[in-house]
Design a protein around this ligand. Sequence first.
Ligand SMILES: *[C@@H]1O[C@H](CO)[C@@H](O)[C@H](O)[C@H]1NC(C)=O
Ligand SMILES: *[C@@H]1O[C@H](CO)[C@@H](O)[C@H](O)[C@H]1NC(C)=O
Ligand SMILES: *[C@@H]1O[C@H](CO)[C@@H](O)[C@H](O)[C@H]1NC(C)=O
Ligand SMILES: *[C@@H]1O[C@H](CO)[C@@H](O)[C@H](O)[C@H]1NC(C)=O
Ligand SMILES: *[C@@H]1O[C@H](CO)[C@@H](O)[C@H](O)[C@H]1NC(C)=O
Ligand SMILES: *[C@@H]1O[C@H](CO)[C@@H](O)[C@H](O)[C@H]1NC(C)=O
Ligand SMILES: *[C@@H]1O[C@H](CO)[C@@H](O)[C@H](O)[C@H]1NC(C)=O
Ligand SMILES: *[C@@H]1O[C@H](CO)[C@@H](O)[C@H](O)[C@H]1NC(C)=O
Ligand SMILES: *[C@@H]1O[C@H](CO)[C@@H](O)[C@H](O)[C@H]1NC(C)=O
Ligand SMILES: *[C@@H]1O[C@H](CO)[C@@H](O)[C@H](O)[C@H]1NC(C)=O
Length: 430
Amino acid sequence: MIIGLFAVAGLASGQGLAGNDCPFLACPPFEGAPTYNDNGTIGATPESFSIIGPPLQAVHASVERAPTGFAVDPSLNIYLTYPRNSGPTPNNVVIATNFTGEKPWPNPEIQNCTANQNASTCFINVQNIVLDPKDPEHVLWAVDSGIQPGSMTATPYGPKVMSFNLTNNGSLIRSYPIPLPLYHDGMNANDVRINNSIGTGGFAFITDESQDGSLVAIDLHSGATVRRLFNTSVVKADPGYVGSYDGQPVYTWNGTHKSFTHTGSDGIALQSGNLYWGVLASRRFYYIPQTVLANFSLSDQEVLDAVVFLGQLGSEQAGFTADDKGVLYMTASEQNAIYQVQTLQRYVSEEVNGTPPGGEGPVAPGNYVVKTLVRSGLIQHADSAAIWDGYLYFCTNQLELSPTFQYKNVDARRGPWYSYRLWIGAGPAI
Ligand SMILES: *[C@@H]1O[C@H](CO)[C@@H](O)[C@H](O)[C@H]1NC(C)=O
Ligand SMILES: *[C@@H]1O[C@H](CO)[C@@H](O)[C@H](O)[C@H]1NC(C)=O
Ligand SMILES: *[C@@H]1O[C@H](CO)[C@@H](O)[C@H](O)[C@H]1NC(C)=O
Ligand SMILES: *[C@@H]1O[C@H](CO)[C@@H](O)[C@H](O)[C@H]1NC(C)=O
Ligand SMILES: *[C@@H]1O[C@H](CO)[C@@H](O)[C@H](O)[C@H]1NC(C)=O
Ligand SMILES: *[C@@H]1O[C@H](CO)[C@@H](O)[C@H](O)[C@H]1NC(C)=O
Ligand SMILES: *[C@@H]1O[C@H](CO)[C@@H](O)[C@H](O)[C@H]1NC(C)=O
Ligand SMILES: *[C@@H]1O[C@H](CO)[C@@H](O)[C@H](O)[C@H]1NC(C)=O
Ligand SMILES: *[C@@H]1O[C@H](CO)[C@@H](O)[C@H](O)[C@H]1NC(C)=O
Ligand SMILES: *[C@@H]1O[C@H](CO)[C@@H](O)[C@H](O)[C@H]1NC(C)=O
């Protein structure tokens, strides 16, 4: 406000001004304004956005359409998913054959369920694929929302996680269909993580990005499944959420009719025994102990009471991943960035709120300090991220430029959509 008054005063007096239509950079400063050199001054030029972090190395270009899911295996094969809710595609899951080449994975027949296939055995709308933490050489997992494009509810047996055998041409090992009684209110399985060390045969944990939101846990031994935290604030969007993308506010559009996105729980990662998640149409993130979600005898209230709110982080966040040194990574599309936060006190290197660096145990929730690992104009809605062999990999898809988020539903995306990696010097969390 003060600056505004000053500018008006300057214009009125006409001191040192070239006119209202001078190009921004060519406008001379007000008379008497001190001059600054470019070196020590923030905001010396209109272009002085800060680039943060190490360089990015492009690992793949998606030429025809924008991916949501990404995995890299120990042989550095890259897998991508092209879900059908963002447009028709013959192939839902592919493996990269070279920088721009792709082929359907594990085979062409599985890519799009036909009427006479059991939907637990084929793809409808796979959102993401992840390596098995215990056996990454041999097993890859997929999560399928099971929702046909345009439909509001899932096809019977369509929502599922599937395990595939990498040493046997990607043959289906087992499918875990989510039971039909859990499909209510648009359940929309979005992302999955596996912990092989809980229970007899491990657990799969899924974020449900439906408007009401929930987390789903599957016992991989018995196949028993629960849907928890349904329609609670910790998995639901902020009402009327307006994010920002490349400097522009983001609304949801149906032609010229404006509304708001209400995507719920979305990004997910397992770190140090906790399940971390973010609510996409919000700037909030949370954790809950994995053993709580895996304990089917707890009441819904007991599960809700175990949720820890980690605060606001200045961006919506689509994808999470975690490394073997306590770090949680979050893709921050509003900031063209990847965030990181340390969860284990022994790796903390700064004093926070009187807690000295180092020590034992988890970082206290109030002492979480989220930082930007990397920020670059190359990062155009980083969606899914994965870690292998010292590198953090992620795909980008310009989601906010897609028709849903553009006035009159124009498609403002421009491919190719690149996937990148950057050095972090850590392996995946196990
Ligand atoms: C900026 O710093 C560099 C290196 O210290 C120096 O050579 C240069 O003259 C400085 N530029 C200005 C505008 O002060
Ligand atoms: C996939 O299958 C659905 C239903 O079986 C069909 O409507 C759709 O056209 C198919 N998509 C492609 C790209 O083959
Ligand atoms: C890349 O892979 C595609 C699909 O597998 C193939 O058609 C193309 O020839 C490959 N390009 C190069 C340069 O090897
Ligand atoms: C489809 O597969 C599921 C899971 O294996 C099974 O429970 C169901 O009976 C099958 N449905 C049909 C129609 O075969
Ligand atoms: C994967 O396939 C290989 C080769 O057929 C087989 O030896 C192995 O037992 C299979 N692994 C799983 C987990 O099914
Ligand atoms: C995998 O597929 C290739 C080519 O289709 C075939 O030659 C090979 O025998 C298959 N391997 C297994 C373990 O089935
Ligand atoms: C979700 O919770 C809201 C109140 O927070 C309630 O109005 C709504 O009916 C609930 N939806 C369902 C499907 O239970
Ligand atoms: C978009 O608006 C049209 C009419 O203007 C309506 O028929 C359609 O259902 C709306 N679509 C959605 C997804 O709300
Ligand atoms: C997997 O579960 C085990 C047993 O609860 C736990 O020790 C481990 O930290 C969990 N893994 C991750 C990555 O959270
Ligand atoms: C599940 O929770 C109940 C109630 O707190 C507890 O008695 C039981 O030991 C828990 N089960 C496991 C496997 O931790």
